[in-house]
Ligand binder design. Structure first.
Ligand code: XMP
Length: 512
């Protein structure tokens, strides 16, 4: 077993982010339920404990509390946010309940660097989000950092190796937060930075084998990064016990199906079943132009086709999915807040429970960039690992209004030109997404001596880090010119090309 840091989870959405930061420091961590007995942590030989944040007040009736014996293990402990209040509460300090949350940026002044703040500048911007507040230090502690609002923003008991920070070092908005975490791991807990992507793969392979045994796993392959990496990982673990299903919904980009067949069938020798359901999808979509309606039809039909294909494949116990941690968060927040449902993302939330398959999600704790590293280590090509996101409903939401085979064909050909030029110029990997949109508007033009009356293609290229906000990409004019002239020359039915210069918000990335 590698040296392990235990992260006790008190219900914060940031717990996984803490685990991720620990992995960034190349250290292995495990997330434990907050009530895990100290004896279990001792048995597992944990080298240090981090108490996560949490939404509760320590005084709430059902507030999650740890086993008090963790403070007697003789193991270093770092309390974050709610974790500090717990230290205050259990180690005889005073925590005051406050109704107003302190939320947002603060300025930390480091009063004593010690081991936690070793090598850091004296002033740092930090991110706060807490209600309760420590108002009297527990015996043995002293303040090592203050903010405008808190004389106890950071505290230490160097003898027992207990540290507490009121703010969140794991979030991006806290300057040098990862350094604080690394200082705790290396400087305080004394662990070595040896945990790598390869170790993750070895461990995941072991876990998958243990979970699956001699069973069979089915996986819906979309060709996107997540399901591709999940497929490669599952295949490494269980080989022929994995069957992948790829549904051709008729809304794919040019050559997409062939690429998937080549990569998974020919290269990885995965048992791949391609189901051509394009006619069914197009029939159901006929005459439908409302975007959400289209998504619902596509989502429902996908589930139906997938389910039917499973029946013909035969018995299986498990359904593999390339769910990532941000998907888990997103589905939770959507479930809790209907206002956040701007567009229904049908591929998140998985297939209905009535399929009676046990889920196997080997990437569930990882973030996108980590999944890409895993994909690279598994030998997936760059085009797959660094592929731009592509919506589940595919070109179905990129043909404005009702969808026909002819419109799809035009869009596919125009999009292939754009992708080709993006690849050649190297811009494909520099932007977040680049794609064409088919506009069912006909405009007048001239081609040779003839008057034309053809459709419009819009080019949408955006820069973004998380798709929540986006800005249109300032591509060189020469590149745009090339794309435009190639599309109007090579794609029949297109007489005009326009470039979308809207940012998100107010516009979304997709047009529908
Ligand atoms: P918007 O258009 O909402 O897109 O700015 C944000 C990101 O989500 C993708 N997207 C979808 N992905 N199913 C998906 O799987 C969908 O229905 C869907 N709608 C948008 C979009 O491509 C962008 O990356």
């Amino acid at each position: 077993m590698p040296q392990t840091i235990a992260v006790l989870d008190f219900g914060s959405q940031l717990t996984q982010v803490i685990a991720r930061r620990i992995r960034e420091c190349q250290v292995y961590s495990r997330i434990y339920h907050y009530s895990t007995p100290a004896a279990k942590l001792r048995e597992d030989g944990v080298a240090g404990i981090i108490l996560s944040g949490g939404p509760q007040s320590v005084y709430a009736r059902k507030a999650p509390h740890p086993d008090p014996a963790i403070f007697q293990l003789g193991v270093p402990i770092l309390g974050i946010c709610y974790g500090v209040q717990l230290m205050g509460h259990f180690l005889d300090g005073v925590v005051e309940h406050s109704k107003a949350r302190e939320y947002g940026h603060g300025m930390l002044t480091i009063r004593k660097a010690g081991r936690l703040f070793f090598g850091l500048p004296q002033k740092l911007r930090v991110w706060n989000s807490h209600g309760d507040k420590l108002t009297k230090l527990p015996p043995g502690f002293r303040a090592i950092g203050t903010t405008e609002n808190s004389p106890y923003a950071a505290i230490e008991d160097a003898k027992r190796n207990f540290y507490g920070i009121q703010f969140h070092p794991e979030v991006f908005h806290t300057e040098r937060g990862v350094d604080m975490i690394r200082n705790f791991l290396v400087g305080v807990c004394g662990v070595k930075q040896e945990w790598t992507t390869r170790d993750f793969i070895t461990q995941a392979v072991g876990n998958i084998r243990a979970q699956v045994g001699r069973g069979r796993v089915l996986l819906g392959l979309s060709g996107g990064v997540d399901s591709s990496v999940a497929a490669a990982l599952l295949h490494k673990a269980i080989g022929k016990q994995l069957t992948c299903v790829f549904v051709d919904n008729g809304l794919l980009r040019k050559g997409e199906r062939e690429t998937v067949e080549k990569l998974y069938g020919d290269h990885f020798h995965i048992d791949l079943r391609v189901v051509d359901a394009s006619k069914l999808f197009l029939r159901r979509l006929k005459g439908v132009s409302e975007p959400e309606q289209k998504r619902k039809i596509i989502g429902r039909t996908f589930v139906e086709v997938f389910e039917k294909s499973l029946k013909s494949i035969g018995h299986a116990e498990f359904l593999g999915q390339g769910t990532l941690y941000p998907d888990v968060i997103e589905s939770v927040s959507i479930a809790g807040n209907p206002a956040s449902l701007i567009k229904t993302h049908h591929n998140v939330g998985g297939l209905p429970a009535r399929m009676k398959l046990k889920l196997i999600e080997p990437l569930r704790e990882l973030f996108k960039d980590e999944v890409r590293r895993v994909g690279e280590a598994l030998g997936l090509p760059k085009e797959v690992v660094w592929r731009q996101p592509f919506p589940g409903p595919g070109l179905g939401v990129r043909v404005m209004g009702d969808i026909t085979a002819a419109k799809l064909e035009i869009l596919r050909n125009a999009d292939a030109v754009l992708q080709d030029e993006m690849m050649r110029s190297g811009y494909y990997y520099k932007v977040w997404q680049s794609f064409c949109v088919f506009l069912p508007v006909r405009t007048v033009g001239v081609f040779g001596d003839e008057r034309t009356y053809d459709y419009v293609i819009a080019i949408r290229v955006v820069e973004s880090t998380d798709a929540m906000t986006a800005d249109w990409a300032k591509l060189p004019h020469e590149l745009l010119q090339k794309v435009s002239s190639r599309i109007t020359n090579e794609v029949r039915g297109v007489g005009r090309v326009v470039f979308d210069i809207s940012s998100k918000p107010p516009a979304t990335i997709e047009w529908e």
